[in-house]
Design a protein around this ligand. Structure first.
Ligand SMILES: *[C@@H]1O[C@H](CO)[C@@H](O)[C@H](O)[C@H]1NC(C)=O
Ligand SMILES: *[C@@H]1O[C@H](CO)[C@@H](O)[C@H](O)[C@H]1NC(C)=O
Ligand SMILES: *[C@@H]1O[C@H](CO)[C@@H](O)[C@H](O)[C@H]1NC(C)=O
Length: 186
């Protein structure tokens, strides 16, 4: 209860500059469990700008808090948003990129226990969000991935795997992540 009161008090922070994030499917959000794990400053930073880079999110330094896994957002705060995907299913994503920064991007399945990729990335952009283009290619903000057919029994337990959108702005030196929690249907 103490944690939820603290969490509520961070909800009304001013909106800052926007860079980019995933708008669909539903991606992990900060919540009371993240506040316990990573501290209220980390949660406030995300609530102030849900599109900002990981580098702007201050970690409390706790061993369990890894801002570089899903922005520090915790599965336990997002259990209502677990998607179910079938092997071979095409999953459509939408992103917003109000302030693009050129660099590589990918969408990968991540084993949350080890923060390592499961198999190859599902989608790779060598050059994403290039602010020097007159107009971003449509596939920067609307793209899809095809779920692998080779996972066996992996990713069938909620929280075991997450689908991570990862973008690194090379000159900006800024990292962006969002995680879509999912289970593979058997
Ligand atoms: C994306 O950013 C917006 C604006 O800050 C925020 O409202 C939204 O929750 C963010 N979504 C995700 C999945 O990070
Ligand atoms: C995604 O791209 C980043 C930046 O190039 C890279 O560090 C990361 O390893 C890539 N992820 C995978 C799973 O290949
Ligand atoms: C995105 O679109 C651009 C422009 O059409 C194309 O060059 C690039 O290969 C596409 N990238 C992906 C990952 O589909």
């Amino acid at each position: 209860m103490y944690a939820s009161t603290l969490f509520a008090s961070t909800l009304f922070v001013a909106t800052a500059l926007a860079h980019g994030n995933i708008t669909s499917p539903p991606a992990r959000q900060p919540g009371p469990v993240m506040q316990q794990v990573c501290g209220s400053q980390a949660v406030s930073a995300i609530l102030a700008d849900g599109t900002g880079p990981l580098e702007n999110i201050p970690s409390n330094g706790a061993a369990d808090c890894n801002i570089f896994l899903c922005k520090g957002a915790q599965f336990e705060d997002n259990m209502k948003n677990v998607q179910t995907f079938a092997p071979g299913e095409k999953v459509a994503f939408k992103a917003q990129l109000p302030i693009p920064h050129e660099g590589p991007a990918n969408v990968s399945i991540i084993d949350t226990a080890t923060n390592t990729a499961v198999g190859q990335p599902l989608l790779v952009f060598d050059s994403y969000a290039d602010e020097n283009l007159a107009k971003l290619p449509p596939n920067n903000t609307a793209f899809s991935v095809t779920m692998p057919t080779s996972l066996g029994t992996a990713c069938q337990t909620p929280g075991e795997c997450t689908m991570q959108w990862f973008w690194f702005g090379t000159s900006a030196q800024q990292t962006y992540e969002n995680c879509v929690d999912f289970v593979m249907s058997a």
